[in-house]
Design a protein around this ligand. Structure first.
Ligand SMILES: [Zn+2]
Length: 436
């Protein structure tokens, strides 16, 4: 037995790759199963998988000395689902690591956004692709799938990425799109916008052993607020109104934010946006489904479920994840740190959202400290949580973020609405009554 044996799934994927590069006549003459068996023979002799594939391709008459250069470039807007050997010439707008669960194991993949003169498209890569934000690249051997009616672009282990000069793409590719904050979504690419700096904070980071300053904060306009990160010092100051050209949109757990790097232009504006004109957007809950991540929005609704995992929990001292019976999913057996929380579902009749109240919010709502809760037996505590929150109307301010299971609302502020003075939330109540 060789050391290069693969799982069946991997083996099949490699077989499919080989098959996809054969001409039509040969494709008809051999099945994926047969290719996989041939490949397995090589692997059993200890031949590395890459070399085994090359050898098989040669055997099937494929010239492997050059990458599939005959393939023509496709524009992002023209991409069809379920294609192999996709070739693109694009700029990398953003690239982000993303933690997912694969067969119960955490794994880091990479997602991001590409653009060319036809538009933008997100991609998913199983390993870190050899490209950075801002790079112009030719991508060969990518493949597409379809998910929820949309084309998904994927980079598997066959992907070839080559750096290109900026002039391979027409100028209009790089023109920013004029937007207001409520129009910004993770697919918008680069933007032109006028906004007020509501807050700014300098942070020191180390890049390649060099100390650098970066700036994070919040921007606002008459349609809402959005976080930003500046990778160079644009001499921004709190309360100034600025015109941004060429900032790009990146998302963190589904929540868009503006990034300003050396390609962005920032100009101070004379005409100021008034802080009182910048709203906290008030949303119905169904709107959170369309926009998985939203910064600083206000929602309200009735608590329809207190979920399991509420009450006293133990967290991993390494990664802060809540421990399961057998310890941390990543760090195994550890001494957990106690915490208090409520996980619940809030519904306003148009939609619902999961929310997690932290220790401070939970203590305030149930009127007991965590130490007092630790003295109670779990059933007593559970009834207290229910009495305090179940079927109550709450109003919250905060951010909605996307996680493994959908979107979660993280409230900066949560209040139980006294239903005797509920005129303020009439619209919510009406919606709920319609359902009853
Ligand atoms: Zn852990």
């Amino acid at each position: 037995m060789g050391v290069y044996l693969l799982t069946n799934e991997n083996l099949n994927q490699h077989a499919q790759d080989i098959l996809s590069r054969l001409d039509d006549q040969k494709k008809k003459a051999i099945s994926a199963q047969e290719v996989a068996e041939e490949l397995e023979k090589f692997l059993e002799y200890g031949v590395p998988v890459k070399q085994a594939k090359q050898t098989l391709l040669k055997k099937f008459g494929v010239n492997t000395s050059v990458p599939p250069d005959s393939v023509e470039r496709t524009l992002l807007a023209d991409l069809q689902p379920n294609k192999r050997n996709v070739k693109l010439i694009t700029q990398v707008v953003s690239i982000n690591p993303k933690d997912i669960m694969v067969k119960g194991q955490p794994r880091t993949i990479f997602t991001g956004l590409l653009r060319d003169e036809s538009g933008t498209l997100p991609f998913t890569a199983w390993d870190k692709p050899a490209m950075n934000e801002g790079d112009i690249v030719e991508i060969a051997n990518a493949y597409t799938r379809e998910w929820q009616g949309k084309v998904q672009l994927n980079f598997g282990n066959q992907v070839i990425i080559e750096q290109k000069e900026k002039d391979v793409l027409p100028k209009e590719t790089f023109e920013p799109k004029k937007v207001t904050i409520n129009e910004i979504n993770p697919l918008v690419g680069t933007v032109e916008m006028t906004a007020k700096v509501l807050s700014i904070e300098e942070k020191e980071i180390t890049v390649n052993q060099e100390k650098k300053s970066m700036f994070t904060g919040v921007l606002g306009d008459s349609t809402g607020k959005i976080p930003f990160t500046a990778w160079k010092d644009f001499k921004l100051s709190k309360d100034s109104t600025i015109l941004i050209k060429g900032g790009y949109v990146k998302s963190f757990r589904g929540m868009p934010q503006i990034n300003l790097d050396e390609n962005a232009e920032v100009k101070k504006q004379k005409k100021q946006i008034k802080e009182s004109d910048i709203p906290t957007r008030s949303l119905h809950l169904f709107e959170l489904d369309d926009n998985p991540g939203m910064y600083d929005v206000a929602v309200s609704g009735r608590v329809i479920e207190i979920q399991q995992g509420s009450g006293i929990v133990l967290r991993c001292p390494e990664c802060n994840q809540v421990l399961r019976e057998d310890g941390c999913r990543v760090h195994g057996k550890v001494d957990g740190i106690p915490d208090l929380r409520i996980k619940c579902v809030v519904d306003d009749g148009t939609g619902s959202v999961k929310t997690v109240l932290n220790r401070e919010q939970t203590e305030k709502i149930i009127g007991k400290t965590m130490d007092e809760c630790k003295q109670m037996n779990p059933e007593e505590l559970h009834s207290l949580l229910n009495e305090s929150l179940f079927a109550r109307i709450v109003s919250m301010n905060g951010n909605s973020l996307q996680d493994f299971y959908g979107s979660t609302f993280l409230a900066d502020n949560i209040e139980v609405v006294n239903e005797d003075v509920e005129k303020k939330v009439d619209h919510v109540r009406n919606l709920l009554e319609e359902l009853e």
